[in-house]
Design a protein. Structure first.
Lengths: 175, 409, 160
């Protein structure tokens, strides 16, 4: 039963919105959509195709490709039919923004805050878009590929003195 | 009535209700360091007397940048970090990561490895529920339960140490199977645990289940309705406590779970007591699964033979040139996973744990995202806490079983 | 000699002030509950019945910094948490000691990235480092005993 429901859903979405399947995602079966269609797709999925559960909302950064730079991945699950489906939405690099699906799936609220914090993807219509994991005054969006890892060079014997000059770890002065 | 409050950050004014500006309600900070928040969770409580009007969680105090750090490591090095996200469910995280890689790379896993994986993951589920029970009881002032639970947990940690050498962060599951075969004393130790544990479970239930103090403090507290739970993407005991029998082990079985016979316990009200009952019953079902798995533990190889991902045994290195080349490649560069992306869900003790893994064909993960149940459970906390007292909030936080490492990654 | 001989069997013992005070400090050092991540679970295991830490004086874990002497930083310290850590350290009254438990607190362990303090000694002075990921409860107890030795050897002039 779940296989038929999956085929039916994929077919109806492809016909209604003109989507195509993604070759990149091996599991679950995925469609590629436009940012502008996303709210309507979510409405259709929840109300007509019984996908009442948003299980995954994440993004991937493909820098240095600028168009598209981000790919936002939505994962849906249907409790009644036991089917999983996913939708990928490509976004461009400068001022990436997409409308929020928080009105349809309430669980997307914190996921979208995390995407804003980590990637800088703006969600239009989100009631409370602010940083969630990083400190409030942090600058930059850490999970972007052009953000440095912040790797600290370990201090071995051959570079002992150079690193010692740069930071005074361990030697704490009493205030 | 207190003095009217001046909220200094205009962009945060929407978090507090208007009553706070008039001074009718008090803003209290239940800070990151608190004995009952089970980690570094900060809650901004808006209180009317002692009744919670609104509760705003503030997370990020344990953000470790694991997802970004995994992109800089090779596939096997990155697995070490998966243990440390949800540090009460190490083997479960390892399993989800390995299953995702195996799906991307089409690796086979021999049945012996699958069975041992199931045994260790179910033992981990029991260990997680023991810590949950111990800390929730400790918060509600049943201190002896805490000590008993940790005593049981030592038996499970001894088993984990026997197989892998490490008490907690084992990294025992590798893509393709296990790191090494289980030692000789494994089966004896697990059977001894299976004989000992049901009695202890009965002892915990005797202390708590019909205890009037426990009932008073957990009945009708922290209710979440089924529609709210589904809308807020809850899974695991929170969703099952509200009535829906959804378990990834039954819905999309992995690692041989379809062979085992177990039931999924559900509650009816969605309150703290129901979640407690659900978890106690889950421990019993885990014992059933371990019993069945141990009885049918097959002989055979413990890891796949695919030399592109699995190093050859040392004895082969003396005789075969290909083995030496594979060994060299795996140790210097690591294995390459073919290009693709996958989202693989697994049932962790807290809910549905999903790994979104994307590879661009190289020897490093391109993107790893962990869909963790604790992140969403804290999102649902304000709904559960509205209208209750501060002391009830302690019980509610205990019952949703959060681990901040899981939430903040 | 001296007073002890003259006092005879009255049950009087003389000892240096340093020795007495240091001995008293080590025998009842109450740690502050500062478990952050995985090492906190091993700290809880060390406090539980199997590897009992109360035989070394750590009977209770006080949640309030005003009532504790030892801060065991157990777990990784994120950049968002660092000011909180420093504030709690400042709120502890003297004498106070810090044990940095685990690899993440000593040197950020496995995680060498933007989000963590590379070692908790960036913000607080540490007395004893306990290595391990997570350290076994016996390793933590060994760290506590090392701290005991350090306190035992403190001199009058360096008392806080």
């Amino acid at each position: 039963m779940s296989e038929e429901h999956l085929k039916m859903t994929l077919k109806s979405l492809k016909d209604r919105f003109g989507l195509h399947e993604s070759e990149l995602m091996k599991y679950p079966p995925t469609l590629v959509a436009d940012p502008a269609q996303m709210v309507e797709i979510c409405q259709v999925l929840r109300d007509e195709c019984e996908f009442n559960f948003l299980c995954e909302l994440t993004a991937v950064d493909y820098w240095p490709e600028e168009e598209p730079r981000f790919n936002v991945v939505y994962g849906f699950y249907s409790h009644a039919k036991n089917v999983r489906i996913a939708v990928r939405v490509p976004l461009n690099g400068d001022n990436p923004s997409i409308s929020t699906v928080e009105g349809i799936y309430r669980g997307a609220n914190w996921h979208e805050r995390e995407l804003w914090d980590m990637f800088g993807i703006h969600f239009d219509g989100h009631p409370d878009l602010r940083r969630i994991l990083m400190p409030y005054d942090w600058e930059g969006h850490p999970l972007r590929k052009d953000y440095p890892l912040g790797y600290e060079e370990p201090q071995f014997t051959f570079n002992y003195d150079e690193i010692d000059k740069r930071k005074h770890h361990g030697r704490y002065e009493e205030a | 009535m207190a003095e009217p409050v001046e909220v200094n950050f205009p962009e945060l004014k929407h978090l507090v209700s208007e009553r706070a500006f008039k001074g009718e309600t008090v803003l209290l900070n239940m800070g990151p360091q608190h004995p009952s928040t089970h980690g570094v969770l900060r809650l901004l409580l808006e209180l009317d007397g002692e009744v919670i009007v609104n509760c705003v969680p503030d997370i990020g105090f344990l953000h470790t940048g694991i997802e970004k750090n995994m992109e800089a490591k090779r596939w096997l090095q990155a697995e070490v970090m998966t243990d440390r996200t949800d540090y009460l469910n190490n083997t479960g995280n390892n399993l989800a990561y390995c299953l995702a890689i195996e799906k991307l790379a089409d690796l086979d896993v021999p049945p012996r490895a699958q069975t041992v994986r199931v045994i260790l993951v179910e033992l981990e589920r029991i260990s997680n529920h023991l810590i949950w029970l111990g800390t929730q009881a400790l918060d509600l002032a049943a201190q002896s339960v805490f000590l008993y639970c940790f005593r049981e947990r030592e038996a499970i940690l001894d088993i984990k140490e026997m197989v892998s050498g490490q008490r907690m962060m084992t990294t025992y599951f590798r893509p393709g199977g296990l790191w090494r075969d289980i030692p000789a004393g494994f089966e004896i130790a697990v059977r001894r645990f299976l004989r000992m544990f049901p009695e202890r479970l009965k002892q915990y239930e005797a202390i708590l289940t019909k205890n009037p103090i426990w009932l008073d403090r957990t009945r009708h507290i922290g209710k979440i309705s089924l529609e709210d739970a589904i809308a807020l993407s809850q899974t695991g005991p929170v969703l099952r406590g509200s009535g829906l029998a959804y378990d990834v082990r039954k819905a999309q079985p992995y690692s041989g779970y379809e062979q085992y016979d177990f039931i999924i316990p559900t509650g009816t009200n969605g309150d703290v007591y129901d979640r407690y009952q659900v978890r106690m019953e889950e421990m019993r079902q885990s014992l059933r699964i371990i019993q069945q798995a141990l009885d049918k533990l097959p002989y055979g190889p413990f890891r796949s033979n695919n030399r592109k991902y699995v190093p050859p045994p040392r004895a082969e290195l003396g005789t075969s040139m290909e083995a030496v080349i594979h060994h060299f490649k795996l140790w210097t560069e690591g294995f390459n996973v073919p290009k693709g992306a996958v989202y693989h869900p697994v049932e962790s003790p807290k809910g549905e744990l999903g790994y979104y893994l994307e590879s661009n064909g190289g020897n490093q993960p391109y993107r790893v995202h962990m869909r963790t149940p604790s992140f969403l459970a804290i999102q649902a906390l304000p709904i559960m806490a509205k209208g209750h007292l501060v002391a009830d909030l302690v019980a509610i936080i205990g019952s949703i079983d959060i681990v901040l490492g899981d939430c903040d990654r | 000699m001296g007073i002890e001989q003259k006092a005879g069997d009255m049950g009087i013992v003389t000892v240096g002030l340093e020795q007495a005070v240091n001995w008293a400090r080590t025998r009842a050092m109450w740690p502050m509950l500062f478990g952050l991540a995985c090492c906190a679970i091993e700290m809880m295991s060390a406090q539980a019945a199997h590897f009992d830490m109360s035989r070394f004086g750590m009977e209770l874990m006080r949640a309030s910094p005003r009532q504790s002497e030892l801060m065991i930083v157990a777990g990784r310290v994120a950049r968002k948490m660092a000011p909180v850590l420093r504030r709690l350290y400042d709120q502890m009254p003297d004498p106070k000691w810090v044990i940095s438990m685990g690899d993440c607190a000593s040197c950020s362990g496995v995680f060498n990235n933007y989000a963590l303090l590379q070692g908790v000694d960036e913000v607080v002075p540490v007395d004893v480092y306990v290595a391990g990921c997570p350290p076994r409860p016996e390793a933590l107890i060994h760290g506590v005993l090392t701290l005991d030795e350090k306190v035992r050897n403190e001199k009058l002039t360096t008392w806080k």
